[in-house]
Ligand binder design. Structure first.
Ligand code: FAD
Length: 284
């Protein structure tokens, strides 16, 4: 199908984009890489009257790394993450997991901000952000505000971003660079979304698990942390029994939708297996 007619705008600054959002109220959509939005417009699931192309917002493109944080502009293409050698050591979870997102063509235009802002439980960056305790900078007419990833994902295609705001930056604490990490994603073929995926970060302190973060992709209406699974590991040695108990608790928190990738039972089982493997990876 062909998208419904829309008015097209291409501001050069964040301030101009926000002014347009304020002018149009809820009757506008932001266009980043377009890999999620344009198919929805062609299928007429999204019919924005006004389309605001934010590809000209150079001020929110690029990656800065300081002593404390990695700060990534929302309009940074996924492939730019992979081109930045610093991230291989500063944030190996982000670097390695991004390689498994879609394919090189999609990553070339698809942005990290679009991946997060879309609020699609099948997207991988939301889980990565949850496991990394990222903070998301959202900007509106009142200026920027900061929202923890844990409070950002509200439901399917629903996030903490209000209609007159945009996601401007992603802030990842550098402390995660020294944590153990794991990312395991089951997909049917290269370029596919996850059937099930799990991101993990943790430290081993005196043989005990510390600061455990677990996040799951495509296993419920939104990306989420199965916190009971984190709690049962926290402060304890990772014995086989305890890992298995964590896996079972995480599986109990999943609520996957059946689709061409499998039924609920299969996806729940795969959630457990991805988590088992991600935990082992994070401990090594
Ligand atoms: P767009 O499609 O332009 O926008 C998506 C939504 O986010 C729109 O509603 C838009 O208004 C909003 N938005 C975008 N930027 C902002 C912003 N800065 N502030 C506020 N709102 C904003 N993703 C994965 O994570 N894992 C995968 O395995 C995967 N596989 C894919 C396979 C294929 C074949 C395709 C086509 C896509 C796949 N994707 C996957 C999705 C891909 O990563 C998209 O690029 C991403 O979901 C959206 O990013 P985008 O820049 O294209 O955003």
């Amino acid at each position: 199908m062909i998208a419904k007619d829309f008015n097209y705008y291409s501001p050069d600054t964040v301030a101009d984009a926000i002014a347009l959002l304020a002018e149009f109220g809820g009757d506008a959509k932001l266009l980043a890489g377009g890999h999620s939005l344009l198919p929805m417009m062609k299928m007429r699931f999204a019919e924005p009257v006004n389309l605001i192309d934010i590809n000209g917002l150079n001020e929110i493109k690029g990656i800065d790394i300081d002593e404390e944080n990695i700060i990534i502009g929302a309009m940074t293409p996924e492939n730019d993450i992979l081109r930045d050698d610093r991230l291989e050591t500063a944030c190996p979870l982000l670097f390695e997991a991004t390689k498994l997102i879609a394919d090189p063509q999609v990553r070339n235009r698809g942005t990290i901000g679009g991946d997060i802002a879309h609020g699609d439980p099948a997207n991988d960056q939301p889980s990565i952000m949850l496991a990394l305790d990222a903070t998301l900078e959202i900007t509106g007419v009142e200026g920027p505000r900061l929202v923890a990833a844990a409070d950002f994902f509200l439901g399917t295609y629903t996030t903490a971003i209000q209609p007159n705001e945009l996601l401007t930056r992603i802030i990842i604490p550098r402390a995660h660079g020294s944590k153990g990490w794991g990312f395991q994603k089951l997909k049917r073929k290269t370029g596919d979304y996850a059937t099930a995926a799990s991101a993990v970060t943790m430290r081993m302190v005196d043989g005990k698990c510390d600061q455990v973060r677990i996040a799951l992709t495509n296993l419920g209406p939104k990306s989420f942390r199965p916190v009971k699974a984190e709690w049962i590991l926290e402060g304890h040695p990772p014995t086989d029994d305890r890992i298995e108990a964590a896996v079972q608790l995480a599986m109990a928190e999943t609520d996957p939708a059946a689709d061409q990738r499998g039924n609920e039972e299969y996806k729940t089982a795969m959630a457990g297996e991805m988590l088992r493997r991600a935990l082992q990876q994070a401990m090594n």
